[in-house]
Ligand binder design. Structure first.
Ligand SMILES: Cc1ncc(COP(=O)(O)O)c(C=O)c1O
Length: 388
């Protein structure tokens, strides 16, 4: 009897491994390594949020929750968004998700058919694009331009990439890995154009609060009408140091609520209930924490910018937002290989730029959400490789 090898769908089998995971596996277990490759802070979640999770468990919040999320959290999301953006939002525009990542794939499931295409402003965190590929959609990169380490978007390039199969534009601003922040004028122009073309904007706002010189980044949710084709993705991971909790939310037109609830049901039947209750407390009581975190991040950014500026092979501009230094290194043509050398020779873990698409080749990403001592040590260790 012939045995047929088990086979998954071709397009799943063809998905690339994440190169960020790849480099972290390469360095796993190396004694004394300073890991700066993942997009997360080295701080634990603040106590007031941990306490809220414990209290919710003690109060018996251990059962299934409604598909749109528990009521206290949805109410806190509504008041947080109103506070932050200075405008009212209807409660039925929010669906709680098990992370920003989960929000992204739910969104792709809701919007993309095989053969559709999605324009993605790149370089970008790879998961954003691979989720569209899972749906059988084509992803079209729209590369940002770089000059002296600063990044900018050419709107004509974006608009020219669209055709009649374009269903989605994916914009992550502030951006991972570049720290690029979409200016208000471009936001308004993209919104007008997408409205006219009937194209969905998927705005990945997970870094919306990690902005150094203003309260939040320019956001589509600030100016869009409630029934515009806009889905905004948000997460508790970055601003409240909750990466391991897996909690996020979607802001969408009211008309999508029922469909998004169905998708939540059929994907995971809702995020962990007591985690949702802790999320409500994070939003209600967390503004002070976010402000303090930002101050710490600002000092760390400045320390890293100062350190990198002294290395002769590095080209870099200090980012206005997010917590990444994305820098190019003269002569590097294979950033994964170079990241491996940095692990082996310097004991520092960085993400290779080519993990974020072809435009990222020659770059490295350093997440500076670590202690100043660790960052100073990492810079010193890398000096022989980055300074001739
Ligand atoms: C651009 C971007 N979007 C979404 C996420 C997802 O965050 P999480 O799934 O932890 O909420 C990340 C995490 O690194 C990210 O960088």
């Amino acid at each position: 009897m012939s045995r047929i090898p088990p086979q998954v769908r071709d397009l799943i089998h063809a998905l690339p491994d994440s190169r960020i995971r790849e480099i972290s596996l390469f360095g796993a277990g190396k004694p004394g390594l300073i890991p700066l490759w993942f997009g997360e802070s080295d701080e634990q979640t603040p106590d007031f949020i941990k306490d809220a999770a414990r209290a919710a468990m003690d109060q018996g919040e251990t059962f299934y929750a409604p598909n749109a999320g528990v009521a206290p959290l949805r109410h806190e999301i509504k008041s947080y968004m109103t506070r932050l953006y200075g405008r009212e939002f209807g409660l039925n525009r929010f669906v709680v998700t098990a992370s920003g990542m989960n929000a992204i794939i739910l969104t792709m499931q809701a919007l993309l058919d095989p053969g559709d295409n999605m324009l993605a402003v790149t370089p970008v965190w790879p998961n954003c694009k691979e989720t569209a590929a899972i749906m059988g959609a084509e992803v079209r990169d729209v590369p940002l331009s770089e000059a002296d380490g600063g990044w900018s978007l050419d709107l004509d390039r974006l608009f020219d990439a669209a055709d009649d199969r374009t269903r989605v534009i994916f914009i992550n601003s502030p951006g991972n890995p570049t720290g690029w922040m979409m200016p208000e004028g471009q936001r308004d122009a993209i919104l007008q154009w997408a409205r006219h073309r009937g194209i969905w904007i998927v705005a990945d706002d997970v870094y919306a609060r990690l902005v150094y010189d203003r309260p939040h980044a320019p956001a589509f949710v600030e100016v869009a009408d409630p029934d515009d084709r806009l889905i905004a993705i948000n997460s508790f991971s970055k601003s409240w140091s909750m990466t391991g909790w897996r909690l996020g939310w979607i802001t969408a037109p009211v008309s999508l609520l029922g469909d998004l609830e169905k998708l939540n049901e059929y994907n995971i039947a809702g995020p962990t209930t007591f985690v949702q209750h802790a999320g409500a407390v994070a939003l209600r009581d967390g503004d002070g924490y976010v402000a303090e975190l930002l101050e710490r991040l600002r000092r760390r950014r400045d320390l890293v910018a100062q350190g990198l500026s002294q290395f002769s092979r590095v080209r870099f501009a200090s980012p206005e937002a997010a917590f990444y230094a994305f820098f190019s290194v003269d002569g590097v043509t294979d950033s994964l290989e170079f990241a491996r050398r940095i692990v082996s020779e310097a004991g520092v873990g960085l993400a290779p730029g080519n993990a974020f698409g072809d435009q990222g080749e020659g770059y490295l990403r350093l997440c500076f959400a670590s202690s100043e001592a660790a960052l100073s040590d990492a810079l010193e260790r890398m000096r022989p490789l980055l300074d001739d």
